[in-house]
Every structure is written in C-alpha cells, then in structure tokens.
Write a protein that binds this ligand. Structure first.
Ligand code: IPE
Ligand code: IPE
Ligand code: MG
Length: 243
C-alpha cells in the first residue's frame, strides 16, 4: 500500500502552465538589448517543452504575449512578433516530429495575417498528434476570454440553442479558449513576480502556484524538476478537511 501511495505521489502533474517572465531583466543584467533576452527566452521554451515531455506531463501551457503587452514600445512588440514568426516557421516541424500537438489561445483576430496563417497551419498539422499538448497563449488575457465566452453564451441563448438554466460550469468551460483541456495542476511564474497578470483566471482556481526568482532565460530542466518537486510537497485539498 505504501509503495503504491509513493508511486502515485510521484506522478507528474497532468497540466503545467508557465508565466515566462524576466527576459528583459536577464538582458539588462548582461548589458544586452531586451530582444536578446527574448531570444534566449525562446531557447528556454525549447528546453521546457522537451523536459515536460520527458517528465510525462500531458499539457504545457505557456504565456507568450499578453493582451496588455501591446502597451510596450512598438519596437519591442515588433521584436516579439518577429520571434514568434521565427518560432512558428522553424520549430513546428520539429515539434510535429516529436508528436507534440500545438494549440493557441488568445484573440488571434488582431494578429498579423501571416502569423494567423502560421498558427492555423501549425494547429492543423499537429492536430492528430498524441504526445504533449503545447498551448501557446498569444494576445491572451483572461478578462477578454471570459467576456468572449459570455457573449457567445448570450448569443446561443438568444438564438434558442441554449437555455439559461443549462449553463453549468462545464458548459461555461466549453466556451473558453481552453475548452476540452483539464485545468492546470501547477502554475509556475519565473522572475520573482507574484501575480497572475490576467492569465487563466478561471482555470487556475485550484492550481498550485510556484514562484521562482529564476529569470525565464535561465530556466532549465532542473528548474522545472524543482518546481514539480515543490508541487509534490503540496497538499491539494479542494476545500475538504485535512487528513
Ligand atoms: C517576459 O519577459 C516576456 C514577455 C512578457 C513577452 P519580460 O519582457 O516581461 O521581462 P521583464 O519582466 O521586463 O524582465
Ligand atoms: C506576463 O508578463 C505576460 C507574459 C509573460 C507573456 P508581464 O511582464 O507582461 O507582466 P507584468 O506587466 O509584470 O504584470
Ligand atoms: Mg515581465
């Protein structure tokens, strides 16, 4: 019984979400332009995806660009979009080869046309893959996602396709960008900031939160294992009594 319990204890989280923060500070500390930090950040993404695959995680959700990040100087937004283009062009085949299923959340309508096409191609190409589901949040904000869900539900009710009494939590979740995905078990935020910055507010209701001072470009497989170790030390109670 004990052996069985400890085995179960060591099971990896099914879903890890990460707020990848600290690229700018990483660059600043080295006297480099912020773009260099973002570039190193993209390399850390590769490592995180591989490491999650090795740990047996089923879902990895990464916050790449928030709906508030448009407030940054245009040159930085351009650098981030260029990096995204590069990632979508160069990495998708490798991810596809590794059985990764790619999914994107966030409002894609206001992204550049070519980026929108690359996103759609990546989703279509990798749709049938059975490995890690990698969800990338681009132009994502929880408030916008929840409002969008409310508007679509209101429309369905006014068209008679849905009755207001049948709107359960499960039905509501079907209208979110993350439909058909389990909620994150573990949220990691790097760079010492301890806030959610409009990320997955509904979905993180019962997630374990791990904050680390490590800046995102320095985040390694070891950093991920440490965060998972901390997660395993937590007692998830979901409102029940301890013990
Ligand atoms: C995270 O790094 C990347 C994005 C938000 C796109 P930051 O660019 O926020 O880095 P800091 O917080 O300024 O160090
Ligand atoms: C959150 O980081 C968004 C991403 C990591 C993409 P920010 O750096 O934009 O968050 P704030 O502004 O510090 O809250
Ligand atoms: Mg930041």
């Amino acid at each position: 019984m004990r052996a069985f319990d400890s085995e179960r204890f060591a099971e990896p989280p099914t879903h890890i979400a990460i707020i990848m923060d600290g690229n700018g500070r990483w660059a600043k500390a080295r006297g480099l332009p912020r773009a260099a930090g973002h570039q190193r950040g993209a390399e850390a993404v590769r490592v995180a995806v591989e490491s999650c695959g090795k740990l047996g995680v089923s879902y990895l959700t990464l916050y790449a660009f928030s709906s508030e990040n448009w407030k940054r100087p245009p040159s930085e937004v351009d650098d981030l979009m260029a990096l995204l283009r590069h990632y979508l062009t160069r990495e998708v085949n490798v991810l596809h080869g590794n059985g990764v299923r790619l999914r994107f959340i966030g409002d894609r309508a206001s992204l550049a046309g070519d980026i929108k096409s690359l996103i759609e191609e990546a989703e279509t190409k990798t749709r049938a893959n059975a490995g890690l589901t990698l969800t990338v949040a681009i132009n994502y904000g929880s408030h916008n996602e929840i409002l969008g869900a409310c508007k679509r539900i209101a429309r369905a009710v006014s068209e008679g396709a849905l009755s207001s009494d049948s709107i359960t939590e499960d039905v509501f979740e079907d209208f979110l960008d993350t439909a058909n995905m389990p909620p994150p078990d573990l949220l990691i935020r790097t760079s010492g900031e301890q806030r959610l910055s409009n990320f997955l507010l509904w979905q993180l209701a019962y997630s374990e939160l791990v904050f680390t001072d490590t800046l995102w470009p320095d985040f390694t497989k070891r950093s991920l294992e440490e965060a998972v170790g901390e997660y395993h030390g937590r007692d998830r109670r979901y409102g029940t009594r301890r013990g």
